[in-house]
Write a protein that binds this ligand. Structure first.
Ligand code: TXA
Ligand code: MG
Length: 348
């Protein structure tokens, strides 16, 4: 299959072409404000099955369904919980996915046998235009090969999906850079399953109490039952071995500098993830600046691109400074720790 890249900037019918492919049961790469998605008609089980094949995604990991207008939720979920309305009012369109009881029209290929479905109303104008033009809700996981860093540009999507999907709608780089926040409203109490663009603090400001799933910051054993099937798989991993270093900033930078120098002496190619505040501490090695600690949203938006660049550079090892754990920093740390397979060095 030849994968075509559709650029709305140069081609006025790009969205229409993408929508037609979706209605023919094909898979299309779609920009959203978080990361690119691999979209298919959520009501067509055979089309959705193609997403799993293109990604190499485990069959028990359900997909999020994307809608363009709030009222579309009623066709997917017969009994919309009142909390969903309150959250939608505050944060939709935007980077928030709500898990709710599912309606009968949702094929098993989307929900993987669960009686719930994740729904999201993205704010990216092209995503909403595509959903409206297709006239159907779109199931879409992140547009990466399973286990690899998510994709935040059309070039990233092409690298992973060339020859495997019909088309990619090029919307330029994504803004947020990490996936949506996932909250379930299908348990006794609302519970955060994945930190993302909408912070825990923001969710609590609307709902009051919100539990945090303990699987978020711990390494999960093989025998543990998790709330979101995606929690148990290795995610976002670069090709190199990635280690996160935590502690007082001066000690962290000194440790990384010394370790990187020693490893380079041994012939290893070393990458370092630094910030504007610390970049001068690393005179050698392949140093990439993720953003500034003064605004951790900048780090979120560049993280996956940096992990992918290190793959291109062919480094053997990556050392990353740890980031703050509040606000959007919680999402950054969650992704970084998973990408590192929870290899953390604490300098005390
Ligand atoms: O920002 C995003 O959410 C992106 C863009 C494309 O919208 N999508 C995305 O999808 O990140 P994906 O498939 O990579 O991650 C969805 C996560 C997975 O961990 C999955 O297990 C969980 O949401 N999930 C989906 N449906 C669920 C359900 N019914 N119950 C529990 N977890 C669910
Ligand atoms: Mg994903």
């Amino acid at each position: 299959m030849k994968t075509i890249v559709l650029s709305p900037q140069f081609d006025k019918s790009a969205v229409k072409t993408a929508a037609n492919l979706l209605l023919q049961g094909e898979v299309v790469g779609m920009p959203t404000e978080t990361v690119y998605g691999l979209a298919a008609n959520a009501l067509n089980g055979e089309a959705v099955a193609k997403i799993f094949r293109a990604k190499g995604r485990p069959q028990d990991n359900p997909l999020i369904v994307h809608i363009a207008d709030f009222d579309q939720i009623y066709s997917l979920c017969p009994a919309v919980p009142p909390q969903a309305k309150a959250l939608a009012e505050a944060f939709w369109p935007g980077p928030l996915t709500m898990i709710v009881p599912k309606g009968g029209c949702i094929p098993d290929e989307v929900s993987c046998g669960l009686d719930t479905v994740g729904i999201r109303l993205p704010s990216h104008p092209l995503a909403r235009d595509l959903i409206r033009t297709a006239g159907v809700p779109l199931a879409a996981p992140s547009a990466n090969t399973s286990g690899r860093p998510s994709t935040t540009t059309a070039e990233h999507v092409l690298r992973d999906m060339d020859g495997k999907i019909a088309a990619i709608l090029d919307g330029g780089p994504c803004g947020v850079g990490v996936e949506s926040t996932v909250i379930t409203l299908a348990l006794d109490k609302p519970r955060l399953l994945r930190p993302g663009g909408i912070t825990l603090e923001q969710l609590r400001s609307v709902l009051g109490e919100v539990e945090v799933d303990r699987a978020l910051y711990e390494k999960i054993g093989d025998d543990v039952k998790v709330s979101a099937p995606g929690m148990k798989y290795r995610h976002y991993a670069p090709k190199a071995n990635l280690v996160v270093v935590e502690g007082e900033m001066e000690e962290v930078t000194a440790w990384i500098r010394q370790t990187a120098a020693a490893r380079q002496q041994e012939g290893k190619k070393v990458g370092i993830i630094a910030t504007e505040e610390t970049k001068e501490s690393y005179p050698e090695g392949d140093v990439k600046v993720a953003g500034t600690r003064a605004d951790e949203a900048t780090i979120a938006s560049s993280l996956y691109g940096i992990l992918r660049e290190f793959d291109g550079d062919g480094v053997d090892e990556i050392y990353s400074e740890a980031f703050a754990s509040g606000g959007i920093g919680a999402a950054v740390m969650n992704r970084l720790l998973k990408a590192a397979g929870h290899q953390v060095i604490r300098i005390t």
